[in-house]
Design a protein around this ligand. Structure first.
Ligand code: FAD
Length: 291
C-alpha cells in the first residue's frame, strides 16, 4: 500500500532537526523507518511532516561515556552489532541485537528508534531496563535525562514530548563480574518475540549471586523486571534449585497479555522456561540442565 502524503525534511544539523520538529506539531522523526513506514502504509500513523535524522553527524557515533557507552540516535542495529565498543562495553546489548528481525531490518533500524518506538515485544527496551540505561531527550528547550521507568509509559508510548528527540542512550559501565544471556520465544526466526528475557548476574568472590537483573519483553505493556525473583537469587549459589525457584516466581508474578498470538498461561510458562535457560547460561555457561 502507498504511504499517505507527507512533507519530507532532511535537516543538516541537530539544531535544524529540532527547529523543524518544534515548528510542525504534526511532525514525526524518522530514523530507520522500519517501524514508522509500515505503520504509515497501514494507516496506523499519518504524520504530515517527516524529519529524517538518519544522516545527522552529531547522532552517528558510539562513544565511551563515564566508563560505559553512549549510542547516538542515528546508529543502526547493524553498526552497533559490529562495534567492538558494544561487544566489550555492553555484552547484553551485543547478545540482544542479533535477535531483532532480520539483517535487512537491522541494516536500517536504529537502537534509539527501537527505544522511542517502545514496542512491548521489542528486545532493546528490556535491555535498557535491565542495565538502568539513561535516555537523553533533547528539544529547543535543552536536554533532559530519563530512566527507563520514566521513559516507557505504555504500549508504543513514551515520555518524549512531540518536539523532543531521543538523541542518545547511555549504558553504564559493565560490571567486572557480570554475565548475561538474552533468550526469547518467537514463532519463526525474525518474528517479534511472544515473550523474552534479558538477564544479567553479578557474582561475589565466593560464587554467590551479588545482584541479578531479570528484565522481560512481551510480558506487559512496558518492559518489566521481576524484583522478587531477582532478590531470591542474591546471596545464594546459582544452581538448579535456586534457578528453578527464581523461574517459578517469574511465572507466578508476570501477568502477560492474552492475545491471538499466545495465551497468558502459555506466556507465563514460557517466561519461566526462558528464565531457567538464561540463568543457566549466564551462571554456568549453559552446563546446567536447561530443559
Ligand atoms: C519484519 C519486521 C520485523 C521486526 N522485528 C523486530 C524484532 O524482532 N524486534 C524489534 O525490536 N524490532 C523489530 N522490528 C522493528 C525494527 O527493529 C525497527 O527498526 C525499530 O523498532 C525502530 O527503529 P527505526 O530506526 O526503524 O525507527 P523508525 O521506524 O524510524 O521510528 C519508529 C518510531 O520511533 C520514533 N523515533 C525514531 N527515532 C527517534 C528518535 N531518535 N527520537 C524520537 N523519536 C524517534 C519515530 O517517530 C516513530 O514513531 C521489525 C520490523 C520489521 C519490519
Amino acid at each position: 500500500m502507498k504511504l499517505p502524503a507527507f512533507t519530507y525534511h532532511r535537516p543538516d544539523s541537530l539544531q535544524e532537526a529540532l527547529a523543524v520538529l518544534a515548528e510542525h506539531e504534526e511532525a514525526k522523526v524518522v530514523a530507520g523507518g522500519q517501524s514508522l513506514l509500515p505503520m504509515m502504509a497501514l494507516r496506523l500513523a499519518r504524520p504530515e511532516h517527516l524529519v529524517d535524522i538518519s544522516r545527522l553527524p552529531e547522532l552517528s557515533s558510539i562513544r565511551e561515556c563515564d566508563g560505559g557507552i553512549a549510542i547516538g540516535a542515528a546508529v543502526t542495529h547493524a553498526t552497533a552489532e559490529r562495534s567492538p565498543l558494544v561487544t566489550t562495553g555492553s555484552p547484553m546489548l551485543a547478545a540482544a541485537l542479533p535477535l531483532i528481525g532480520h539483517q535487512a531490518i537491522r541494516n536500517r533500524g536504529t537502537v534509539c528508534g527501537s527505544l522511542a518506538h517502545a514496542d512491548a515485544a521489542a528486545e532493546l527496551p528490556a535491555v535498557a531496563l535491565a542495565l538502568d540505561a539513561t535516555l537523553v531527550a533533547t528539544s529547543p528547550r535543552g536536554e533532559r535525562t530519563l530512566t527507563p521507568a520514566e521513559f516507557f509509559e505504555g504500549y508504543l508510548s513514551t515520555a518524549l514530548e512531540p518536539d523532543e528527540l531521543l538523541t542518545e542512550v547511555r549504558l553504564p559501565a559493565w560490571p567486572a563480574s557480570a554475565t548475561t544471556a538474552v533468550h526469547e520465544l518467537s514463532r519463526r526466526h525474525g518474528d517479534f518475540a511472544l515473550v523474552g528475557i534479558a538477564a544479567m548476574v553479578t557474582t561475589a568472590e565466593d560464587g554467590t549471586v551479588a545482584s541479578a537483573a531479570l528484565s522481560f519483553f512481551g510480558a506487559a505493556s512496558v518492559p518489566c523486571r521481576v524484583a522478587e525473583a531477582e532478590a531470591s537469587l542474591v546471596g545464594r549459589q546459582p544452581n538448579e534449585e535456586t534457578i528453578a525457584e527464581a523461574a517459578a516466581i517469574v511465572s507466578a508474578r508476570l501477568a502477560p497479555p492474552d492475545d491471538i498470538h499466545a495465551s497468558r498461561a502459555y506466556r507465563q510458562h514460557a517466561a519461566g522456561v526462558l528464565t531457567r535457560r538464561a540463568l543457566a547460561e549466564a551462571t554456568t555457561n549453559g552446563k546446567m540442565a536447561a530443559a
